[in-house]
Design a protein around this ligand. Structure first.
Ligand code: FMN
Length: 349
């Protein structure tokens, strides 16, 4: 990745591949590049920032608990919040392990007007798996299928599933799981080809995405370690997947969708402008303590862009309030920071 990627020769073939409509359960996405669900990062303020750049086909919310979604107040909820304008392009991700509760949550999501409902069978953090949710559900394929089936019966909006290889490195079992999701009524899947205990330490096995794609009739989004235009093109060509879901690189470079799909050319001040805009938006959407925590989490990934990103990261962790965060940004950008040629992976774990 060159410091500012817009000169990449891969952009010419990539644009036409990504700018093709894709039918998900009867609704058309204009573009095949989507924003993956990212808890504590892909919140309402970050998504407002993304919407200013555009270029994506669909956004996914942070994961929302099926236990709370049916009765939550969107204006005070931690995760279940949105701007009405984004609903046509926003799928709400739900996490849980009880088919009835998942279906109830999906009904609320449908009633609120979201594009669709996305089921989280990918999260492998201890906190989620200890509650038998997220990737833990994949240990019980019958239950996973039943959840999708219950949701399908409860709602008409597009139903998507995000899942991993599973708990064993067994691509045949992953293919089988994908087929069962399709048979249970899923309209598309996002597949992250890593086994569940493997957080992000080892490279994802993209060839498994190809196997899922070959076996399923519904659209398949590939996900995992796409960090530049060349990587995106390779994933599309090697796996034949229908679209690509971007996670961490979209946090580090929120204009990436516009760059790859719309020919947006970021200027040298893009990093400073973007960070400051996100700080303002986060302060507008959340009370101070919550805003500070979210902005610091963003900085962890954003710092990967800079040769001395650790300076920014450390100063941010020591900044207590929004004013201090603003001053730290001002100081960091007072001298144009040196960019890395590719995101520093120490920040991407
Ligand atoms: C901090 C963080 C939070 C995440 N939160 C979620 C989540 O809520 N739901 C989900 O399905 N995946 C979640 N993921 C996984 C991402 O959606 C994605 O699968 C993963 O980052 C790999 O894609 P990438 O290499 O493009 O980042 C999260 C990942 C990170 C790093």
């Amino acid at each position: 990745m060159t410091p500012i990627d817009s000169t990449s020769s891969c952009l010419a073939p990539l644009g036409p591949l990504l700018n093709r409509p894709l039918n998900i359960g009867g609704r058309l996405l204009a573009k095949r590049l989507v924003f993956a669900p990212m808890t504590f990062l892909g919140h309402v303020a970050f998504r407002e920032l993304l919407s200013g750049f555009g270029g994506y086909g669909l956004l996914f919310s942070e994961m929302c608990s099926a236990k709370t979604v049916p009765s939550e107040n969107r204006f005070v909820s931690r995760y279940f919040r949105w701007r009405d304008e984004e609903l046509p392009f926003l799928a709400c991700q739900v996490v849980g392990s009880e088919p009835e509760r998942m279906a109830d949550a999906a009904q609320r999501i449908e009633a609120e007007g979201f594009f669709g409902v996305d089921v989280n069978f990918g999260c492998s953090t201890g906190a989620i798996c200890r509650q038998s949710c997220g990737a833990a559900v994949l240990r019980d394929p019958d239950l996973a299928e039943r959840i999708v089936h219950h949701i399908r019966r409860a709602v008409r909006i597009p139903l998507t599933v995000k899942f991993r290889t599973g708990w064993q490195d067994d691509p045949a079992a992953a293919v089988q799981m994908g087929r069962r999701f399709e048979d249970a009524g899923a309209d598309a899947v996002t597949f992250h080809p890593r086994v569940a205990p493997d957080r992000r330490a080892r490279a994802p096995k993209w060839e498994y995405i190809g196997r899922i794609k070959q076996a399923l009739g519904i659209p398949v989004f590939g996900n995992g370690n796409v960090f530049d235009a060349d990587g995106c093109l390779r994933m599309l060509r090697q796996t034949g997947c229908d679209g690509v879901a971007l996670g961490r690189i979209a946090i580090a470079r929120p204009w990436i969708f516009a760059e790859w799909c719309d020919g947006f050319k970021p200027g040298p001040d893009i990093f400073e402008k973007t960070a400051k805009q996100l700080l303002n938006l986060t302060a507008r959407h959340f009370e101070e303590k919550a805003a500070v925590r979210r902005f610091r989490k963003f900085i962890f990934y954003f710092a990967a862009n800079f040769r001395f990103g650790h300076t920014l990261y450390t100063q941010m962790q020591n900044s207590a309030g929004l004013n201090e965060l603003q001053e730290t940004l001002d100081a960091f950008f007072a001298t144009p920071p040196e960019l890395t040629s590719a995101p520093n992976m120490n920040y991407f774990q």
